[in-house]
Ligand binder design. Sequence first.
Ligand code: JFZ
Length: 476
Amino acid sequence: MTHTPLRFFHHLLVLLLLFTVAFSTAALSPATSELKEKKEKSVTAQSLSAQAQKDKRMKWWREARFGMFIHWGLYAVPAGEYKGQRSTRIGEWIMEWANIPRAEYEKFAPQFNPVKFNAAEWVRIAKDAGMKYIVITSKHHDGFSIYNSKISQYDIVDATPYRKDLMKALADETKKQGLKFCFYYSILDWHHPSQYVDAPGKDPTAGNRVTKMHPGGKEQYVAYMKSQLRELITAYDPAVLWFDGEWQDWWTEPDGKDLYKFVLGLKPDIVINNRVGKGRQGMQGMNKDDQEYAGDFGTPEQRIPPTGLPGVDWESCMTMNDTWGYKFYDDKWKSTETLIRNLVDIASKGGNYLLNVGPTAEGLIPLASVERLAEMGKWMKMNGEAIYETTASPFPTQLAFGRATSKAGRVYLHVFDWPADGKLQVPAWGKTVKKAYLLAEPKTALKFTQSGEGVVIQTPMKASNRIASVIVIETA
Ligand code: JFZ
């Protein structure tokens, strides 16, 4: 009895199905190519809107051009020295190069007490340098969470005498002063029980370039990462998630795509770097082109690409000395000239500059960094217009005297080598020059002559700036 209506519905369903198949086949056969074309069009429309969505998400990031990277964690306690051993290697990798077992490394936590930390001061240093965003390590390879993680005891609140959530203070202060607050997060984790080291001469619980996964550990670890990312996004609302440590062989591109989607799901307008997945081509940092990879921008490390790539977003991250995490004896500081010219070089290629500081365990940004950032700030105050919201150089080849950036109706020439003869030779780039002047002296028009080969600008005897003088060219 009870079967009868069900059977009736079943028959109806089969009939409907047959009808649908017959109908769609009939519709397909006469004009398959037309349909295919329609389908292609809708795909283009879809990807266009995906592109438009990405453009919207990336807008502030593309305009910002200059950000502060902060590597801060337990490694600031040994500050590059363990049991009398020093190294030329980077400070935040001490658990790896000094072969420190987990149980020993954990002992740095009770010594991490950044009583001199002052969020307002840190943000002021970044802001005065002309930086528009801050990316700070929430958890580096050592696995220590320098924020209030409710799912880990190995964090600033539970494991250090400081006990306070300084990350909340920093996030709030960063936003208050008008900068974007962003997080670095390491996929590689030398502290999590899912991972272990299997390398000759290495303690299985020490740090290593690569870790192995215990059977069944990955599901547990990915769940842990997702819980932490949920904490980070809900409590601090970061504008960027900057992943790292993705080069483990247990981490795959599908894992990266899944994590990318997960993070975007938590915050639809967040920006995510390409180290979330397997796209990155070594330290060069740009994506391989054999397939589509997860991530919004490339991450060249300690280098500047030789040229920009149209339509490709990237950010060069660099240290000011030779380490990311604080090392008390690293005094290989780059000059302000190098730092400013790096910023200009990167902007002229359409990229962002993420410049690192490594604060001490007491909570101070090293003085050498503070001084250089202040000097960069002086230059940016005068010349920021030629960096922010600009796009790459319009010239087909690199300029002999320096670099160029551009905006609608304008080209900015960043002159590194001031012409001794008072004639700046600018190659043609298909535009007519209306006006030229020094950004430092906008009321004094510079004389120029124009020909098919380019423009020759008559420059004053002395450069307006020792490091990079900016000449504005207004075009027709
Ligand atoms: C990574 C980190 O390991 C480093 O500590 C720092 O955070 C930097 C910004 O990013 O740098 C790398 C990346 C890849 C390798 C080594 C260091 N690698 O593949 O050996």
